[in-house]
Design a protein. Structure first.
Lengths: 414, 75
């Protein structure tokens, strides 16, 4: 009943906001339709504006794009969502309350290595220019989600692959470095304190409680024997790195590095490499290769059956090798991105309806609620990533006499 | 209807189905975990940790489906 009431009041607020907006813009709309009554000239001018749009520099286009969302007449839900997604995406500069801090652009294309200290330097080089948003979008659609260059050569020559070519110091990278610096400072303060006295105090208390939590709740139950101590530094690094990146992303004006696929891909690759190395070191190369049969080779079966079953198990185990880090990558990325899109969409509602009622009645409370949920998610995702890494590594790095458990363990890895 | 209209429709329906499945799965998981915690409160910590891992794995499957939907919606 309560839910229904809340829902109804929500609808009422939305409707009132919507009608207010419609009333407000009755006059401009008619003015629009009057100007558009001459179709021939309208079409010609549209074509002209497109040409002019192409000729504009990056700054002019950006300003136009930003004003577009402030313009009452041209606003649409699609544009609002577009702005939300742009806010989440990686960028070549930091946007801090109006001030724009340029970040260096570095890339290697078919014409050698290039370095520009900022977007403006790249634009004024007369060699490269930034593509318009529509152009990037169209290319991205055509290339099936493979990363495309955000800028192009003035003479229009192809630049080669962007996946390995573009290693600019982007905003995501900046906040990743920022997170690492925070971790280094926290860890060194806590470490130097711990050398003086074992009684935790202040910063040392904060770091030590998390470290002990990770060791006791994540590593010891999943990784057995001497491998627990050997892999502890890796798990602690991953846990703190993801946690601090997630939390830094929740501070206004920053970006969440973990809501970018390349970052989570690199993290998942680290877990993948550590898993395989730990497996080879713990089992030996022969045993490591044997485990691809999924335990069939140890079973008491006729040789013909063994070969047939191994032929079935081999591709399954081989694919399973890659689905685990792939799932880690997608999980972290999707969880961190989803929350930000939801917050952005709630804020976007106020912009779409152009109404204070929606802003204070819906946007602020709901965005705040999701924000608090995001705080929880930041911790849970760091925990889940570390725990699953520990489960995978523990599965591979078992002592030889635990061999009989192997058959039941892959169930935990879906 | 154009092929891309079908792709959008498939993406929407696929996302909905994936979320229904994952929601059902996590719901069952939470039911089981809460019952177990109610019976054996002293095991609550361990059960909670296992529950979060299992929830993450179920969620991973739903996210796989959502990735396919996102790819479809880009067609």
């Amino acid at each position: 009943m309560k839910v229904l009431l809340v829902f109804l009041s929500l609808v009422a607020v939305l409707l009132s906001g919507g009608t207010a907006r419609a009333d407000e813009h009755e006059t401009p709309k008619t003015a629009d339709s009057i100007t558009a009554t001459t179709p021939a000239t309208g079409e010609a001018s549209a074509h002209e504006t497109h040409e002019a749009h192409e000729a504009k520099g990056y700054r002019e286009r950006e300003e136009e794009h930003e004003n577009d969302i402030r313009n009452h007449d041209t606003i649409s839900m699609q544009k609002v969502i577009g702005h939300v997604l742009e806010h989440i995406a990686d960028d070549y500069e930091l946007h801090l309350l109006g001030a724009k801090v340029p970040l260096p652009i570095m890339f290697r294309d078919n014409f050698g290595f290039h370095f520009f200290p900022s977007i403006d330097a790249l634009e004024s080089s007369k060699e490269y220019i930034f593509k318009s948003g529509e152009e990037v979008e169209a290319e991205q659609k055509a290339s099936q989600f493979i990363r495309v260059w955000r800028f192009k050569r003035v003479d229009g020559q192809p630049m080669g692959s962007s996946f390995f070519g573009d290693f600019s110091f982007t905003a995501n990278l900046f906040f990743m470095a920022f997170a690492s610096i925070i971790i280094v400072i926290l860890a060194s303060i806590a470490g130097s304190r711990a050398k003086k006295s074992l009684v935790p105090k202040g910063t040392q208390n904060l770091v030590e409680s998390l470290v002990v939590y990770v060791r006791d709740e994540i590593i010891t139950p999943n990784v057995h024997g001497k491998w627990a101590d050997k892999t502890t530094p890796y798990f602690l690094t991953v846990f703190f790195f993801i946690l601090v990146m997630n939390l830094v992303g929740l501070v206004p004006l920053t970006k969440t590095a973990t809501s970018a696929i390349p970052v989570t891909l690199a993290l998942a690759l680290c877990t993948f490499v550590v898993t395989q190395i730990a497996g080879i070191m713990a089992m030996g190369l022969g045993e490591y290769l044997k485990h691809f049969s999924g335990g069939i080779l140890e079973m008491d079966l006729p040789i013909f059956m063994k070969i047939m079953l191994t032929a079935i198990m081999l591709p399954i185990e081989f694919i399973g090798l890659f689905t685990k880090p792939f799932a880690l990558m997608i999980r972290l990325f999707a969880n961190m991105t989803a929350g930000h899109i939801v917050i952005g969409s709630f804020i976007g509602l106020a912009i779409f309806f152009q109404s204070y009622a929606v802003g204070f009645g819906v946007s602020v409370p709901f965005a705040l609620f999701i924000f608090i949920l995001e705080l929880l998610v930041a911790f849970i995702q760091a925990y889940v990533f570390t725990t699953l890494s520990a489960v995978f590594i523990g599965m591979m790095a078992h002592e030889p006499h635990h061999e009989e458990e192997h058959g039941s363990e892959p169930a935990a890895a879906h | 209807m154009t092929p891309s209209a079908f792709a959008y429709m498939a993406a929407g329906l696929g996302a909905a189905l994936a979320v229904i499945g994952a929601g059902f799965g996590i719901g069952k998981l939470a039911t089981g975990a809460l019952e177990a915690m109610g019976r054996q409160p002293e095991m609550a910590g361990g059960i909670r940790a296992t529950m979060i891992i299992a929830a993450a794995l179920i969620e991973g499957l739903a996210l796989f489906a959502l990735v396919i939907c996102i790819i479809l919606s880009g067609k």
